[in-house]
Design a binder for this molecule. Structure first.
Ligand SMILES: [Fe+2]
Ligand SMILES: [Fe+2]
Length: 215
């Protein structure tokens, strides 16, 4: 199994570990830890590519799917549609334009990464240099974004009164239930990728009992 796949599997391991989500606000932080794990994977890949390693396009494509379908369409959407409007309405946060602009910039970087993977052909593999440059930029941007949110938005949540916090939790839980299939679908795609390469997720025993629907 290639090193690129092994590093991709560390993201799945992190998803498996983040199993406690009774509290939907804690779940947002779990999502940040998953995003941090996939950012680490992207960083390791960028270093490999800088060292001249050939880019594993299928692995990059799998990570790009996770960045789009989970990070953007689940996590960012939850922040933009549920979390920020509440905090802005209560005067606990300034307008959310900065946050939307950051998410938009990340969409642009992920789109560029997807475009690069689409250009790759067997006789014209993805340029390691172009991949490394873009991946590094995305890693730096993602880390700064996670840090500013953790300091800003998530710190403010504790200032919500009990009633508003309970109402927000109900909305977040309903959202999470609707989006539940997304990580399952990613896991299934990862399993198919591994099968094509002669491996299986089952060959990697979980570090903890798999008790969650995410696992
Ligand atoms: Fe965000
Ligand atoms: Fe976030």
């Amino acid at each position: 199994m290639s090193d690129w796949i092994s590093e991709l599997l560390t993201v799945q391991e992190q998803i498996r570990k983040e199993t406690v989500f009774d509290d939907p606000i804690e779940r947002l932080l779990q999502e940040h830890r998953i995003i941090a794990a996939l950012t680490c994977t992207l960083e390791v890949w960028s270093m490999r590519a800088e060292d001249g390693d050939e880019v594993d396009v299928e692995c990059v494509d799998a990570l790009v799917n996770l960045l789009t379908e989970f990070v953007d369409e689940v996590h960012h959407e939850k922040e933009e549609s549920l979390l920020m409007p509440q905090l802005v309405a209560l005067g606990l946060m300034p307008e959310q334009e900065d946050l939307r602009a950051e998410h938009q910039h990340e969409r642009y970087l992920v789109g560029a990464l997807r475009y690069l993977t689409r250009l790759a052909e067997p006789d014209d593999p993805l340029s390691s240099r172009r991949f490394a440059t873009l991946a590094r930029e995305l890693v730096a941007f993602q880390r700064a974004h996670l840090e500013s949110e953790t300091r800003g938005i998530y710190g403010v949540l504790e200032r919500l009164d009990e009633g508003r916090r309970a109402a927000l939790k109900r909305e977040l839980q309903a959202f999470d239930r609707r989006k539940e299939p997304v990580l399952r679908a990613w896991r299934a795609r990862l399993e198919r990728l591994l099968e094509r390469r002669g491996g299986s997720l089952e060959e990697r025993p979980p570090t903890e009992p798999a008790t969650a629907i995410w696992a």
